[in-house]
Design a protein around this ligand. Structure first.
Ligand code: NAP
Length: 276
């Protein structure tokens, strides 16, 4: 088993994920895994970074596929005995003018952004080594969507005692409510992406709390963040930040020094903790 440190970035064949891998290759003292659900797209991205003189490694990972997540888990366990840095970056968003029925958009978006990210965490968080860093890429849209929720939902999502099971039930209820066209009556905002990212931010708060309870002394720091508005296939060419600029906050959180004990369990944008 290797003593080398290891970092994994999900959904990193393009966009912000690719830029995070680029920055980690330059700054992280260990192996950096570029992952992609499609090996062809992943290898092409690896080749692109190699042309820049960088040496990322590659592993397949589809966060919608539990077998794929478990194959990566087993690989990391066997080769490295764990994991030092995990960046949950993979995500999807329907375009604003997409005519796919809202209930379908809700189901598909939640499946990847919330349930897929959660499955990666369930399988990989137990592998995190002492002083590990976990970064869940959420969005400022999670804050605005929270503001669009009923008072009752806001209270639940801000609660310091909400459990992962309760969060899963709420995310499942949102999808069910959209199918019955009652989601707005039930207090949800009209944004599937926003609700999925509420899920990511709240999940991060819960996971950080669990780390405090169960692994105190391991100094693992886990946070959610917004990369900003970034020029990628998701956000389009009018966005204000380059992918490398969008990578800055996630990379800052991934490389928090071993002396740091904060931020932890926070929602961070522009390297600054934001109120939730
Ligand atoms: P992007 O260019 O569309 O890239 C998304 C990445 O996620 C791609 O590599 C994509 O792979 C991957 N992905 C999607 N579903 C996946 C799955 N099931 N398994 C594994 N990988 C999967 O988007 P981006 O702008 O870089 O977004 C990265 C993250 O930042 C997302 O979580 C997004 O919500 C968040 N974010 C972006 C912005 C922004 O302004 N761009 C703002 C706030 C938050 P494929 O190439 O195979 O599709």
């Amino acid at each position: 088993m290797s003593n080398v440190q290891v970092a994994v970035v999900t959904g990193s064949n393009k966009g912000i994920g690719l830029a995070i891998v680029r920055a980690l290759c330059k700054q992280f003292p260990g192996d950096v895994y570029l992952t992609s659900r499609d090996p062809g797209r992943g290898q092409a991205a690896v080749a692109q970074l190699q042309q820049e003189g960088l040496q990322p490694l590659f592993h397949q990972l589809d966060i919608d596929d539990l077998q794929s997540i478990r194959a990566l888990r087993d690989f990391l366990k066997e080769k490295y005995g764990g994991l030092n840095v995990l960046v949950n970056n993979a995500g999807i968003a329907f375009k604003v003018h997409d005519t796919t029925p809202f209930a379908t958009q809700a189901e598909v978006t939640l499946k990847t952004n919330f349930f897929g990210t959660r499955n990666v965490c369930t399988e990989l968080l137990p592998l995190m080594k002492p002083y590990g860093r976990v970064v869940n890429v959420s969005s400022m849209v999670s804050s605005s969507a929270l503001g669009g929720c009923s008072q009752e939902l806001q209270q639940k999502f801000r609660s310091d005692t909400i459990t992962e099971d309760e969060l899963v039930q709420l995310m499942t209820k949102f999808v069910e409510d959209t199918k019955k066209s009652v989601h707005q009556k039930e207090g949800w905002p009209n944004t599937a992406y926003g609700v999925s990212k509420i899920g990511v931010t709240v999940l991060s708060r819960i996971q950080a709390r669990l780390l405090n309870e169960q692994r105190k002394g391991d100094h693992i720091l886990l946070n959610a963040c917004c990369p900003g508005w970034v020029r990628t296939d998701m956000a389009g060419p009018k966005a204000t930040k380059s992918p490398d600029e969008g990578a800055e906050t996630p990379v800052y959180l991934a490389l928090l020094p071993s002396s740091a004990d904060a931020p932890h369990g926070q929602f961070v944008s522009n390297k600054t903790v934001r109120p939730w």
